[in-house]
Design a protein around this ligand. Sequence first.
Ligand code: FAD
Length: 418
Amino acid sequence: MTPPPAIEPRRIVIAGGGIAALETVMALHDLGQGRFDLTLVAPDDTFRLRPMTVAVAFSTGQVTDVPLRDVSTRFGVRLVRAAVEAVDADARRVRCSNGDEVGYDLLVLATGARAVAAYDDALTFSDRDLVALARLLDDVEQGLCSSVAVVVPPSGTWSLPAYELALAIARHASDAGVADMPVHLVTPEPTPLAIFGTAGAEATRQLRRDASIQLHTDSFASVERDGRITMMPGGRRITVARVVALPRIEGRAIKGVPADDNGFVPTDDHGRVVGAEHIYAAGDGTNFPVKQGGLATQQADAAARHIAASAGAAVDPVPFRPVMRGMLLTGAKPRFLRSEPAGGRGEPRVTDSALWWPPVKVFGRYLSRWLADEQGIAPSPDGEEHVAIDVELGPDREAAPLALQPLDPDRGRAGGGA
Ligand SMILES: Cc1cc2nc3c(=O)[nH]c(=O)nc-3n(C[C@H](O)[C@H](O)[C@H](O)COP(=O)(O)OP(=O)(O)OC[C@H]3O[C@@H](n4cnc5c(N)ncnc54)[C@H](O)[C@@H]3O)c2cc1C
């Protein structure tokens, strides 16, 4: 019998305590067969599944925090509770906010992005301020709010929560017997959930009919005081009682690490940071234009495979090839849509069965199973009410992934529109 390949023990520091960081830890633990010496440097005690924020709006779920101690115990990771402040790439050391210096053979940056308010005169939808969201929904239920607009800002943010939020608000109004309260959704996307191509439009079509949401696509909003919204191009105006906006996101440049003008870290297909030795990055903090939890796990897996292969493990270093998986919480019965690559013109296929397993909102090869099997975190808020969409981005996207425009995927496509 051939002995299994010897895996070089490596000191690997992972910076971050979110989706990409945890997927990296779990993938390295598995692929490295427990031979890697792993350290997680994260400022918080807990991991928060932020995409579940919107479940609060549906009153069917909650944002669950998982202690990072559980990850540390289960996967043999040392925890340093601090933020990475600077990286000395030559000395292979990170400097932490608690004054510690931690040496590494390889560093994986998974520090995410910063969500900042896109408009001064709107409520910003964020997992940090669930009280404000709950207050808005209370007002809707009590008839204290005559109309609401949900706004997707022009910067390339993940738009799906805006649709969920609009549906949740409309549902709260109708459940409370507040008849015909106008709910507007204002988005720069040319079609609803444009990143998912025809499947996105299909997923939202019937819902909009049922929930009577007024959709304003191709609209770049400016929000003024007293709920006045002007949409460009064209200058159409609406005035609503309340405005909720998704945040825009900015990179978190770390001293000593290459970053673009917006603070995002440039990476190659295997997650290696361009212009730095021995450093990888995954997730929202990289310069991949679509910021989404599922993609963050796929980037983490690609980086972990490359690290494991380079340490001698018998795995192929498969590059990052994005597959978009979206779960739209709807308050209706579950539907599953599989589509051709985003921007394609074919009809999406509707299937009865789950498109990925476990059918969670953020699917990560390791993270989802761990959350479901070992943390008992429910697959979807009540296990039922969602539309799931599965789209490969297609060969031209693979050739030019950085050209992808998250809110308008046809723009920037080779041979595509302006
Ligand atoms: C309201 C909302 C709804 C969403 N809905 C969906 C959805 O339905 N589906 C989906 O796929 N995605 C969704 N997303 C996007 C998804 O949450 C992100 O894409 C995902 O969290 C990115 O993972 P990440 O690990 O890169 O970053 P994060 O999850 O943001 O984690 C970053 C981590 O790094 C830590 N950190 C920050 N700075 C440092 C530092 N200097 N040193 C060490 N650690 C640091 C942070 O504390 C945090 O633990 C949603 C996002 C929001 C805000």
